[in-house]
Design a binder for this molecule. Structure first.
Ligand code: HEM
Length: 397
């Protein structure tokens, strides 16, 4: 049996419940959100440790702020990892499940590594707030565990792309290795593309931090300006490095793909260059350029994650695998339920974010009574709960 037929045989015989393109778009979009938070955690934990070891009040404040933000960002990273995981399982199930099983011990291990990383980063933050000494080890341990999880996620995503190697990886001579303790493939430029980006994205996050608190009268303006400048500098340096690593990755992609001609890749590259120009402009006045830089950074990440998907289409196409050929077993009911839940989720989360945004910007109490989203969120939640209970009762009876 060749790899192509094996992949077909491994697909879910039930087919997919809706058009695969929709799952693919959602996969790319939610992965972009996931990776932005991965970037913010890697960069944020690093900045909080680095600032902890530096002297001066500004560094002390920055270390505390980023230690706090990183615990929240780590939770969001995990939550936002679930969404692409689900979409991936729908359209790339033969690749994802096999790769997971090949390195099962690692994949199970990341659950414990994440729990430890979260606990350590929280201990670091709490002790930092109480001005305890010699606590850097907590932060460093959290950082190393986060990188370890990143290495695992990369290896599992990457080894999924080589089905013709799978048998070789688990059969060693006459022995079958079912331990799942080995990571079989690793591509340094691809991995670095996610790590280096962390410092560019965190730099922009520092600019946003400086911009966001600028109108609060209980915040030190010169400290905020310092954070904004440091963030803009870090963002521009690491955006350039990111481009260098990106070109390195491009050279490591199989040449028959001619990926440099791929329109998705070219569009992503153009967005990255635009971001670089804005960041160069931002050096003299970071607060003025914060919002354009943040918007372009988001677009660039979305462009890069789309290019990553275009690359996966080429890799999987080698085995005549196309998500668009997946057996379609249309299920309007479950799709409608998903869409309704999704829209409701966006409105309710939108409401919570608006509240947090407005309250955090001012040191005085904020009147939110005129916020229309509040009424909508409450009614929508009630309608959604009633609908779910109704469906449950209808199915059970
Ligand atoms: C500290 C924790 C984590 C880090 C640093 C991390 C980092 C990464 C990186 C670097 C990739 C891209 C790998 C590549 O394409 O080569 C990735 C992919 C992915 N991650 Fe995470 N991740 C973390 C946690 C999680 C968690 C908890 C989940 C699920 C709940 C998750 C779900 C995914 C999925 C589904 C992909 C692949 C998406 C795709 O191929 O389109 N990640 N992660």
């Amino acid at each position: 049996m060749n790899a192509g037929s094996m992949l077909k045989a491994l697909q879910d015989p039930m087919g997919v419940p809706f058009y695969p393109l929709v799952f693919q778009v959602l996969l790319v979009f939610t992965f972009a959100l996931h990776i932005i938070f991965v970037n913010l955690v890697i960069g944020g934990v690093f900045i909080s440790i680095y600032s902890y070891f530096r002297s001066g009040d500004y560094y002390k404040n920055l270390s505390k702020a980023f230690a706090r933000a990183s615990t929240i960002n780590l939770s969001l990273l995990i939550v936002l990892g679930v969404a692409p995981l689900l979409f991936m399982q729908v359209i790339y199930d033969p690749f994802w499940y096999t790769s997971n099983v090949l390195s099962a011990a690692w994949m199970l291990g990341i659950v414990f590594a994440l729990m430890a990383a979260f606990s350590f980063s929280y201990v670091f933050y709490l002790k930092l707030n109480k001005d305890k000494k010699h606590i850097g080890t907590w932060g460093i341990a959290a950082f190393l565990l986060i990188i370890l999880v990143g290495i695992t996620m990369h290896a599992v995503s990457y080894q999924a792309l080589f089905p013709e190697q799978w048998v070789k990886w688990y059969v060693n001579g006459s022995k079958v290795d079912l331990s799942g303790t080995i990571l079989h493939a690793f591509e340094l430029p691809r991995f670095l593309h996610f790590v280096v980006a962390s410092f560019a994205i965190t730099g922009i996050f520092m600019m946003l931090y400086s911009w966001y608190f600028k109108d609060r009268d209980d915040m030190d303006k010169s400290y905020l300006a310092w954070v904004g400048r440091a963030g803009a500098k870090m963002a521009v340096i690491f955006t350039v490095l990111q481009m260098v690593v990106g070109v390195w990755w491009l050279f490591s992609v199989p040449s028959d793909f001619q990926f440099y001609k791929n329109p998705v890749f070219i569009a992503a590259g153009v967005l990255a260059v635009l971001l670089l120009f804005v960041l160069i402009e931002a050096q003299s006045n970071p607060q003025k350029y914060t919002l354009p830089a943040a918007a372009l950074a988001f677009m660039s990440v979305l462009g890069m994650t789309s290019a990553r998907e275009a690359l996966r289409v080429l890799y999987t196409g080698r085995y005549d695998y196309s998500v668009y050929n997946y057996k379609l077993n249309l299920s309007y009911g479950s799709t409608a339920l998903f869409a309704v839940t999704f829209i409701m989720g966006i409105i309710v989360i939108g409401y919570m974010l608006t509240v947090v945004f407005k309250m955090g910007r001012s040191s005085k109490p904020v009147d939110l009574s005129s916020l229309k989203l509040r009424t909508w969120s409450v009614y929508l939640m009630i309608a959604w709960i009633l609908m779910m209970v109704g469906i449950g009762i209808a199915i059970a009876s």
